[in-house]
Design a protein around this ligand. Structure first.
Ligand code: F0G
Length: 480
């Protein structure tokens, strides 16, 4: 990797920008109006009102020239499309898996996996859940068991693999629940909800060995595989001399089934399930035409499939997969050096603010992360995502379940933002942190029962928005 003479740890882009999209930073009063209309839920903002969209990296990564060029070659046949065979061959080359079942995105794969393998009363141990994964498993009557290591939830830590699954806990679960009641063990690469934290190849090997001993299926959610591969290469001593392709093959071979959201992995839109075993393949195959589309497109546009094939090749390039994590590391280090609480070590996907510390003055029941992300939009036009209590589900008595980690995620989609844009967000966060006492709470106005964070609308519990706006006007004068 390229070193600087004077600068330390500046993320250096190994690509140039050739197509641009105009951005607008609408004035403060308009941002306030937009936020009110969105019910203080950043999912409900219109993108035309957003300056820097750091909501997610899902489907928002920049494509390369080669991906765009490949899209022109798409074979649109309903059945037997050449595009499908090209993508399958690429997955065979990169993952070493035999079969590919296409699906329209990651959660569609989860739907199929849950339908086929999860029965009422079955258990699904995993390193950590993702929202859609958990919902699909629960809808099929299964129960998610989270077997994360103790360090996983430590906001500031030096643990390099916070996404590891606790193998001792898994041994105990197998003893308590019995192997036949375990639908599968799921490992999530680049563990999303705890701050994009990786697991190690050594951990995957241990989990696989234990599962094999007991005849339990292993499933990898490879949506955030690119980040996880980068961290294995950079942090796991046994892998320092391995190429990204070698690490990929070694990792994938620890799993019976691998699925992914192509909206993240491969920088295109779609997803799919990869498997070697004939019987497992046949079990899942029939659901593809039923829920997704015919077996050779699975609900994806063939143009996106062509782009995905190229995107998978690009994912084997260390320059390409390091861009995201290095930019995130820069942002995390800068914020931390200014005393702003962030999740460490820096993970993949985005920079994660620790809202429980940032917003320590606010009770948890007033949604610390949701308030912080709303306030950030107000002062910067930057849209982040609440990843805390609002993203949880109420318990049987209707009480809020406080999230293990109260985070605001500022996603950095791959190859999209420049360093000065990241510095702008850091600057506004500094102002917000200095005035954090002004940020008040939120309460629900309309609260949907399922996935409430997507559609729920809220309102401030006090006059804090006006107070924050007044202070901002004083400090920023006519540059609002
Ligand atoms: N698994 C993980 C680890 C994910 O991060 C996501 C999506 C999915 C599965 C579902 O994939 O969106 O293609 O259906 N994460 C997005 C996010 C939504 O913003 O983090 P999908």
């Amino acid at each position: 990797m390229i070193k600087f003479y004077q600068e330390t740890n500046l993320p250096l882009e190994m690509h140039k920008v050739r197509i641009v999209q105009k951005l607008n930073l609408i004035p403060l009063e308009e941002r306030k109006k937009a936020l009110e209309q969105a019910g203080f839920n950043t999912f409900l903002l219109k993108n035309r009102d957003v300056f820097l969209d750091m909501l997610t990296d899902s489907g928002t990564n920049a494509m390369s020239d080669k991906q765009l060029a490949a899209m022109m070659e798409a074979d649109d046949s309903y059945a037997g499309s050449e595009t499908f065979f090209k993508l399958t061959a690429k997955l065979q080359e990169v993952f070493g898996t035999k079969y590919f079942l296409p699906a329209h995105q990651g959660r569609a794969c989860e739907h199929i996996l849950a339908k086929v393998f999860v029965k009422p009363g079955s258990f699904v141990p995993m390193n950590y859940h993702f929202t859609t994964t958990k919902s699909h498993i629960m809808l099929c009557g299964g129960e998610v068991l989270e077997l994360f290591i103790d360090e996983a939830l430590a906001v500031t830590s030096t643990c390099l693999f916070k996404g590891n699954l606790d193998v001792k806990k898994l041994e105990q679960v197998i003893k308590d629940k019995k192997a036949e009641n375990i639908a599968f063990v799921r490992m999530e690469a680049g563990t999303n909800l705890i701050g994009g934290q990786p697991f190690s190849l050594a951990n995957a090997k241990e989990v696989f060995a234990l599962c094999k001993k007991h005849g339990i299926l292993t499933v990898l959610d490879a949506s955030l595989l690119a980040d996880n591969l980068y961290f294995i290469k950079m942090r796991e001593q046994a892998c320092f001399d391995m190429s990204i392709l070698e690490i990929t093959k070694a990792l994938i071979s620890q799993f019976d089934i691998v699925y992914f959201s192509g909206r993240k992995l491969g920088c295109a839109k779609g997803g799919g399930i990869c498997v070697n075993d004939d019987n497992l393949y046949l079990k899942m195959r029939e659901l593809i035409p039923l829920y997704e589309g015919f077996l050779t497109y699975g609900g994806m546009s063939t143009r996106e499939m062509e782009a995905m094939t190229v995107g998978l090749t690009e994912t084997m390039d260390l320059d390409m997969i390091s861009q995201g994590p290095k930019m995130i590391e820069f942002m995390v280090n800068e914020l931390q050096s200014r005393g702003i609480p962030v999740v460490t070590p820096a993970g993949g996907l985005g920079c994660h603010l620790d809202a429980s510390t940032f917003m320590a003055h606010l009770p948890k029941k007033e949604y610390q992360s949701a308030s912080l992300v709303a306030a950030l939009f107000l002062v910067s036009g930057c849209r982040g995502m609440e990843r805390g209590t609002l993203s949880e589900i109420r318990d049987a008595n209707g009480n809020d379940v406080f999230a293990n980690m109260e985070l605001v995620r500022l996603a950095l989609p791959r190859r999209v933002f420049t360093l000065s844009q990241v510095k702008f967000v850091i600057d506004r966060l500094c102002w917000l942190y200095d005035h954090r006492q002004l940020i008040g709470g939120l309460r629900f106005v309309d609260e949907p029962k399922i996935l409430r964070f997507f559609f729920g609308t809220l309102e401030p519990t006090s006059d804090w928005v006006n107070q924050l706006v007044s202070q901002f006007k004083i400090d920023f004068q006519d540059s609002l």
